[in-house]
Ligand binder design. Structure first.
Ligand code: AP5
Ligand code: MG
Length: 213
């Protein structure tokens, strides 16, 4: 890939944004930025922001726009973002998207990974995440090469917001507040739709094809 990529990955919780962001990040040599991962790290470290964010995350609601916009402003100012980046989970509301525009960030591509709600519930039940390096697996669809431990050797855990009732509420939040962003970016002519596939490598192939088209 020779052109600069400033990519937003849209998609419901569990659509596979994080999984694809990790792969594309390695293949294209650009950082993947997950606001969810940054917030979870703050929760783990017990920072003021983390403590305030925890109740939103655990109920499946969105953290206030002002907080996540601040996080993204700081992160995009880091030198590794100069040559491009992947945003996984930001923006999630129209005001967040407007804030990116106001910052002068010129997004080149927006890819929405589409997966039906019923399949999402099935995927979330089997997700396992490494506490140390953040790698994501699925007990059936994407098992760790290291059994019940991460490839890096650390324990795998279940995310606190992966309980079925919280996943349902996250899906409602997505449909109400984030899905309208598809119209926002379609109007700018940079939205592409990728149908999430059974096999994650098939979704990767479609995502790369969308970027290279
Ligand atoms: P965040 O961490 O971003 O969560 P999310 O958007 O709900 O999405 P997930 O991380 O759950 O799913 P994913 O799409 O990354 O899927 P994954 O690749 O893991 O946000 C968490 C919370 O933080 C939010 O609820 C909110 O409170 C807060 N927050 C974050 N950003 C915010 C913002 N901008 N504004 C306000 N609040 C914000 O895949 C899921 C599972 O499926 C895995 O087990 C994976 O192995 C498996 N899988 C992936 N692809 C496939 C496939 N093709 N086939 C089968 N299985 C697959
Ligand atoms: Mg994720």
């Amino acid at each position: 890939m020779t052109r600069e990529i400033k990519l937003i990955l849209l998609g419901a919780p569990g659509a596979g944004k994080g999984t694809q962001a990790e792969i594309i990040s390695k293949d294209y040599g650009i950082p993947a930025i997950s606001t969810g991962a940054i917030i979870r790290e703050a929760v783990k470290n017990g920072t003021e922001m983390g403590l305030a964010a925890k109740e939103y995350i655990d109920s499946g609601a969105l953290v206030p726009d002002s907080v996540v916009i601040g996080i993204i402003k700081e992160r995009l100012a880091m030198p590794d973002c100069k040559g491009g980046f992947i945003l996984d989970g930001f923006p999630r509301t129209v005001p967040q998207a407007a804030a990116l525009d106001e910052m002068g960030v010129e997004i080149t591509d927006v890819i929405s990974i589409e997966v039906a709600d019923e399949r999402i519930l099935e995927r979330m039940g089997g997700r396992r995440v490494c506490k140390a390096c953040g790698a994501t697996y699925h007990v059936v669809f994407n098992p760790s090469p290291n059994g019940d431990k991460c490839a890096c050797g650390e324990e795998l855990t279940i995310r606190s917001d992966d309980k079925p009732e919280v996943v349902k509420s996250r899906l409602d939040t997505y449909h109400e507040q984030t899905e309208p962003l598809k119209d926002f970016y379609n109007a700018k002519g940079i939205l592409k739709i990728v149908e999430g596939q059974e096999k994650l490598e098939d979704t990767t192939a479609l995502t790369k094809a969308a970027l290279e088209a």
